[in-house]
Design a protein around this ligand. Sequence first.
Ligand SMILES: *Cc1c(COP(=O)(O)O)cnc(C)c1O
Length: 395
Amino acid sequence: MTLPRKALFDVPDGVIYLNGNSLGPLPRGVAERLTQVVRDEWGKELIKGWNTCDWMGLPQRVGNRIAGLIGAPKGSVMTGDTLTIKVFQALSAAMQMRPERKVILSDDGNFPTDLYMAEGLIRLRDAGYTLKVVPPEEVAAAIDDTLAAVMLTEVDYRTGRKHDMAAITRKAQDAGAVMIWDLAHSAGAVEVDIAGSGAEFAVGCTYKYLNAGPGAPAFIYVRPDLIGQAEPFLSGWMGHDAPFAFDLGYRPAPDIERMRVGTPPVLQLSALDAALDAWDGVSLGDVRAASLALSERFIAEVEARCPDLRLVSPRDGALRGSQVSFAFEHGYAAMQALIARGVIGDFRAPDVMRFGFTPLYLDEGDVLAAVDILQDVMDNRLWDDPAHRKVSRVT
Ligand SMILES: *Cc1c(COP(=O)(O)O)cnc(C)c1O
């Protein structure tokens, strides 16, 4: 298998897309699949489609394909809802597994929604829980036997810094805590061996490196031996043992189906299913090697040619995910100037310019062309234009 597989993606002409870490581009075949599902399945089968097209089995079928990308066995991954919801499911179940412990540990590099959901759950439980948030490099030292759960995002959305999943999981479990990994910036970006890590739970989204489109469904992994003990607090009918018995009382499905909540988003799951075709026959080891080569080249070129930019990602590739971030005082305007010239990255407050490297559709020529444009923006202060300072709702 060789990378890139540019022919499998519809990236517009004149665009160098360095934002696949935020929203992957459109894989070829997705639009056709959506049209087919809408016209032939929904249009012709109508409600029979739940059976004749097995829409009901789609969440787990697609989950099994994602399992293959994160080192999980079949039957351990469920798709649906959004990542924010899956964080709630994993954390609420984890808290229930250690009822005598009242502290949840996370870090300040985590994506805010994960922390917000923990806050909300703590308020909801109203049982003396606290959320302890430490800097990422202090996580290991903060693990002790008061913790119910350690909840971390493996790759930092802002800097690309990567936790040592195996070591932290071991430390958390040695202290008796439940381990939850958020793989939002890992799935499809780095090699993940979630089963090998022994972590109890993992969650992630599919619109970033898995290219399934805006609002695509999220996923949750539960360690197979624990599925029967993972309490589904979002006890919706689709996670019931027999949804169509319409019992008045909730009884969770014995398997990963219990992590379903309500009616699955069939169109978006179909888009995800088609988007995953781009990964057929791809080794994550090859993706990781190519991503490191591209990012290393980018760092070297930017540092040589754009002295005003300061690397805020770890320099050591082994400690980095698949994105590279540079800080610059006028980073927002500089990113707008880049986007206006066809190089699409993004910006995270207060001053971080993010560039994602996604070897499925990027090569070294793209990296060098992007740096040429970045150097032009910096050398000629092209960011210093009022048009580039106007802040949009989404950055
Ligand atoms: C992207 C991301 C999210 C987004 O959650 P949604 O529910 O999909 O909006 C959450 N957590 C992390 C760590 C992320 O990187």
